[in-house]
Design a protein around this ligand. Structure first.
Ligand code: IPD
Ligand code: CA
Length: 157
């Protein structure tokens, strides 16, 4: 009986050792993938990635390209990461955030309500009654803007 137990223990030792090898490979693969995602201007914050293709487009373009991405800007550190992307490209960036459905109620691309925000003083002002999308300036502050405007498109994974 004791020998059977030993056999099982030895088998498990082998399996654990195989898993350790696979985990090491996986970690190396992930580290490499994070570098890819962060090149040349992507930002990794915790387990989130903020990436732009460098392409400018309107909000519909952003929606099409980024809906599958699934991540969302939820805190100051993440805002700072996106600000970095704006700084690198010297351009304002469109966030997935919008109040298209209900004026004044800003939501993420997936429909979740916005909890963290970083509005510029005086914003959002829904200028000319036509601003339902949100850009982030190089200074990190947000402004609601016409969705048809072209801005750097950023996906949040
Ligand atoms: C506007 C102003 C305003 C801001 C609007 C912009 P414009 O630019 O910067 O402060 O709230 O979102 O559209 O129309 O005067 O060039
Ligand atoms: Ca505005």
């Amino acid at each position: 009986k004791g020998e059977v137990g030993n056999t099982e223990v030895n088998l498990m030792k082998k399996q654990v050792s195989a898993l350790q090898g696979q985990l090491t490979m996986l970690q190396a693969g992930l580290a490499k993938f994070q570098k890819v995602a962060a090149f040349p201007s992507g930002q990794i914050v915790g387990n989130k990635a903020f990436v732009t293709s460098g392409y400018e487009g309107n909000f519909d373009d952003l929606r099409q390209r980024c809906l599958q991405a699934g991540g969302q800007l939820e805190k100051k550190t993440e805002n700072a990461a996106i600000q970095q992307i704006a700084i690198i490209h010297k351009k304002a960036v469109f966030l997935g955030i919008n109040d298209i459905q209900t004026e004044g109620r800003f939501k993420h691309l997936n429909g979740d309500d916005v909890t963290y925000s970083n509005w510029q003083l005086g914003e959002p002002n829904n200028d000319k009654g036509a601003e339902n999308c949100v850009e982030i300036f190089v200074n990190g502050k947000w402004n609601d803007r016409f969705c048809g405007e072209n801005r750097l498109i950023l996906c949040e994974f």
